[in-house]
Design a protein around this ligand. Structure first.
Ligand code: GDP
Ligand code: GDP
Length: 464
């Protein structure tokens, strides 16, 4: 797993010199005349043993002077799109120019993580430019001298952090993919849970029974099996843990209690859990306990409001349930609520449709570039609170896995982010990427990475 790093910046800042230093060969022409090198060049870089692919865009960039059109711009764009990290190089001795600002804006929008690199820092003349660099909105610059090979260990940290993140993401992705394969090839695992007497058996019989009518008696449905499989509109699903049904068949008098242990087992076997309620009883404490278990176990939740046929005050009942749900599980906005009558077989279709929708959301994957564009926007409009006068910086984000959607955000000081900010991010993600009602997990990782906010002040920073 090697990552790709693109070197970006206006002409003459030292991109080719940096490229040569990283690749270790004096391949490119280096000249004071801007635009001496023309073709996009790629090489295999080695920085203190860390290998990565590096793309030099020197010679492609001057088109930014005049117009935003053209083949060269397209090539630069492609380099950035391909890259896991863009190094925006500025000339610290020259200070910040309009063209640097243009590149910074453009890169921030690209969604590709950016590390700001201030070149030509070997002498005093660089100091002002280095501190001005912060105004580009890309955090503190990494001071280097490409020509003299200084500051390379800081550059190493920046690249290594991205390489580490990419590796972690790839590892958990393949883990998740493996898990998905072993998880019965696309069969949705469904559990129906709820307090005694809400109508679980009636619903399950309806689900299976109706399918029987459709598929005929030889479909091989065994009622007292632990798991029952059938297809709904061409999509396979399996009802897990119907042990409760079997038990009930033998017990005439229903003195069944809600067994937390049984419920938890069913939840763990399942991917989507229908929590069935009796509309007359509403959403009670026990129901909320189950709902929380489902969310904590990272399963998709659908609320089924049963016995709708017998309900008089429908609007009030439903409003009460929704209200309680929203207040009690505020971090999981948008849990689907479906009213039904298991007895009359009414709205079973809507329930299953909600189940498959919840499953799809639970499986959703958001592209990394979209996530980083979003992170940039939300942290700009509502930045995390400053601690001891220092802003906690969130600079890179990736979706580590699905089922449920799990995100990793690299943060300068994860422990200093308040829970309220986590909620803000969760809800924002939900809205931006259409993830209603599914548990969302966000893991904050300590970002020793470039865009995770550099702690040291540039003025104090010395280039060795
Ligand atoms: P590019 O157009 O961005 O690819 O820039 P080049 O790599 O061609 O460098 C432009 C000029 O800056 C050349 O004269 C280099 O010798 C000079 N240069 C590159 N790196 C440094 C550095 O670290 N310090 C100083 N003082 N000059 C540098
Ligand atoms: P379980 O304990 O959750 O499995 O509940 P059951 O399926 O055994 O149902 C308990 C009682 O509720 C039975 O008397 C059912 O006939 C009744 N019931 C189930 N679903 C409905 C429904 O949609 N409407 C009405 N009015 N009664 C229902």
């Amino acid at each position: 797993m090697t990552i790709t790093v693109a070197i970006i910046g206006r002409p003459n800042v030292g991109k080719s010199t940096l490229f040569n230093r990283l690749v270790g060969q004096r391949l490119a022409l280096v000249d004071d005349t801007p635009g001496v090198t023309r073709d996009r060049r790629e090489g295999q870089a080695n920085l203190f043993g860390l290998e990565f692919r590096v793309i030099d865009t020197a010679g492609l960039e001057e088109i930014f002077d005049a117009s935003l059109e053209g083949r060269m711009r397209a090539q630069t764009e492609r380099a950035v799109a391909e890259a896991d990290l863009a190094l925006l190089v500025i000339d610290a001795r020259a200070g910040i120019t309009a063209l640097d600002e243009h590149f910074a804006r453009w890169l921030r929008r690209s969604g590709t993580p950016v590390a700001l690199v201030a070149n030509k820092c070997e002498g005093r003349e660089a100091e002002a430019g280095l501190s001005d660099a912060y105004s580009l909105g890309l955090g503190q610059a990494i001071p280097i001298s490409a020509e003299h090979g200084l500051g390379m260990s800081d550059l190493y940290d920046a690249v290594a952090a991205v390489a580490g993140a990419a590796e972690q993401a790839a590892a958990s992705e393949s883990e998740a993919a493996e898990a998905e394969e072993t998880e019965a090839e696309g069969v949705l695992q469904l559990a129906v849970v709820g307090r005694p007497n809400v109508g679980k058996s009636t619903l399950i019989n309806k689900l299976i029974g109706e399918e029987r009518l459709l598929t005929g008696p030889e479909a091989g449905i065994t009622r007292d099996a632990i798991a029952v499989e059938w297809t709904y509109r061409g999509r396979p699903l399996r009802l897990v843990d119907t042990a409760g049904l079997r038990r009930k068949a033998r017990v005439v008098q229903k003195i069944e209690k809600l067994s937390t242990q049984d419920t938890l087992r069913a939840i763990r076997f399942a991917q989507v859990v229908v929590l069935l309620l009796d509309v007359e009883e509403g959403l009670e404490k026990q129901d909320l306990t189950i709902a929380r278990m489902v969310v904590e176990e990272g399963r998709a939740l659908v609320i089924g409001v049963n016995k709708w046929d017998a309900c008089r005050e429908r609007d009030a009942a439903l409003a009460g349930i929704r209200d309680r749900l929203e207040r009690s599980l505020p971090q999981t906005r948008g849990i689907p609520v479906v009213t039904l009558s298991a007895l009359q077989g009414h709205n079973i279709d809507a329930l299953l449709a909600a189940v498959f929708r919840a499953y799809d959301v639970w499986n959703r994957r958001v592209p990394t570039a979209d996530l980083n564009r979003w992170l940039e926007a939300v942290t700009a409009s509502h930045p995390p609170p400053a601690v001891n006068g220092r802003r906690v910086r969130l600079k890179y984000m990736t979706q580590a896995k699905t089922r449920p959607p799990t995100f990793a955000i690299f943060v300068s000081k994860p422990q200093e982010l308040p829970t309220s900010y986590l909620r803000y991010l969760e809800n924002g993600l939900r809205e931006a990427f259409d993830l209603p009602g599914t548990p969302i997990r966000i893991n904050f990782r300590k970002g020793e990475n470039p865009y995770a906010g550099r702690k040291k002040k540039p003025a104090k920073k010395r280039v060795r």
